[in-house]
Design a protein around this ligand. Structure first.
Ligand SMILES: NC(=O)c1ccc[n+]([C@@H]2O[C@H](COP(=O)([O-])OP(=O)(O)OC[C@H]3O[C@@H](n4cnc5c(N)ncnc54)[C@H](O)[C@@H]3O)[C@@H](O)[C@H]2O)c1
Length: 402
């Protein structure tokens, strides 16, 4: 069967899908994007990136209408040789994965799937999902080839990392593996073959390991603070010309749409026997409460206005999903007279105030997200600043609670 497109990226207006579609199109493939988010589809078709992603806008300008087609019409799937699926895979309110979402998704797509389709699952998956889906799909009257190639980019750096990172490729059949390898070889020659189950675990191990590393730094930070020691003097000493601590991260509000939920997926997969993961969750999620508790011991927060600098879940992205700045805001709202929020990147949010108002109204400022814009801040000296990240210029931060 002749196809109009080399691939269709389903969920292709999302944070992972769009950079991927743009990179494939920039490499010369005929790319289609199907997404149910009509607003995002309209924005992309209007040549506007729906979110900030370094280097993406010029590529969108170049490829749209040439070899990139974007629509909410699912028929694009039927007309594409490969179907790359990057829809979100959140955990539910009890922190359990939702495999049913994927089966429902494929049930709805059954009309669009055709014999010989290569299906590349790219969303982060509960271990065993790829093989299970391949069995379910091939039980129907169609013969499709299923592959799992986990996305490993860091948000905001996708355009660069999609071309520079090695690509893990797995397939439920030799043909699935070969075709997926061929597809990704237009982005990188550095292909790592794994079985689907191994690839699923590799992705979850990577994110959980990172989450645990942040938790170690956060636990040490809280310990040092509890004993009135300067964590970052210790941190600098530990790292100075000592290669074994090079990767040791700073303390900070570690959250976002991936690390927490992937650690919980792994815990769920292992029958909730993942003490390190659960401990990491308690430590990382407890940091906002710790910071507020420390402030409360010294200040009469009930009479004060506290400001949060940065609402995004990490520096230099406009993504507030699962950001601990919102949890911090919630804890502060319970304790303080008023809470004000600022973010130079997440400009679409209507609850944000400008720096002028923060400086005028706040007695305390807490750095929620170390956006690069904050390096230049000139915070009035009467305001106490809490910088868990050790990011702001020293003259801005009070000695007692860095
Ligand atoms: N954000 C990251 O940096 C990152 C990195 C690596 C892996 N991942 C994983 O990638 C997956 C996607 O994450 P994301 O951050 O891009 O999510 P996202 O919410 O930004 O994107 C998902 C997109 O899928 C679309 N969509 C949802 N259901 C659909 C359907 N039935 N048909 C068509 N489109 C549909 C949504 O409209 C949205 O545009 C998740 O599994 C995530 O864990 C994310």
């Amino acid at each position: 069967m002749a196809f109009d497109y080399d691939l269709c990226v389903v969920g292709g207006c999302g944070r992972v899908g769009l950079p991927l579609a743009l990179c494939f199109a920039a490499a010369g493939l005929q790319v289609s994007v199907h997404d149910i988010n009509q607003a995002a589809v309209a924005q992309v078709n209007g040549r506007v990136m729906p979110f900030q992603e370094d280097g993406a806008q010029p590529v969108l300008n170049e490829v749209l209408g040439k070899n990139l087609t974007v629509a909410d019409d699912p028929d694009l799937i039927r007309r594409s040789a490969a179907v790359v699926v990057v829809i979100g895979t959140p955990v539910d309110e009890h922190l359990n994965p939702q495999f049913g979402r994927l089966t429902e998704f494929f049930d709805r797509l059954s009309e669009q799937l055709v014999d010989g389709h290569l299906i590349v699952l790219r969303s982060t998956l509960f271990p065993g999902s790829t093989d299970r889906l391949a069995r379910l799909l091939n039980r129907a009257d169609k013969k499709v080839h299923v592959s799992f190639c986990p996305e490993r980019i860091a948000e905001g750096k996708g355009m660069e990392e999609l071309r520079s990172l090695p690509q893990i490729v797995s397939g439920c059949s030799e043909e699935a593996y070969q075709r997926a390898s061929q597809l990704f070889s237009v982005l990188t020659q550095d292909i790592i073959p794994l079985k689907p189950f191994e690839a699923e675990l590799a992705k979850l191990f990577t994110n959980s390991w990172r989450y645990i590393q942040f938790a170690a730094a956060n636990q040490f930070y809280m310990m040092a603070q509890d004993f009135n020691a300067d964590f970052y003097r210790i941190y600098d000493a530990m790292r100075y010309r000592y290669p074994r601590t090079e990767g040791f991260p700073k303390a900070g509000f570690a959250a976002g749409p991936c690390l927490f939920k992937d650690t919980m997926q792994l815990a769920s997969f292992n029958n909730n026997n993942f003490m390190l993961g659960h401990s990491a969750m308690l430590i990382n999620e407890g940091l906002p409460n710790f910071v507020v508790d420390q402030l409360r011991r010294r200040r009469n927060l009930a009479e004060e206005t506290v400001g949060i600098l940065g609402m995004a879940f990490k520096a230099n992205v406009d993504d507030g999903r699962e950001s601990l700045s919102y949890k911090l805001r919630k804890v502060l709202q319970f304790e303080c007279r008023r809470v004000l929020c600022h973010d130079p990147v997440m400009t679409g949010e209507d609850h944000l105030v400008d720096l002028e108002q923060l400086y005028r109204d706040c007695q305390v400022l807490i750095l929620g997200t170390p956006h690069k814009e904050y390096k230049e801040l000139k915070i009035p000296p009467h305001i106490e600043v809490v910088d868990v990240w050790n990011f702001l210029p020293k003259e801005n931060v009070s000695e007692s609670i860095r």
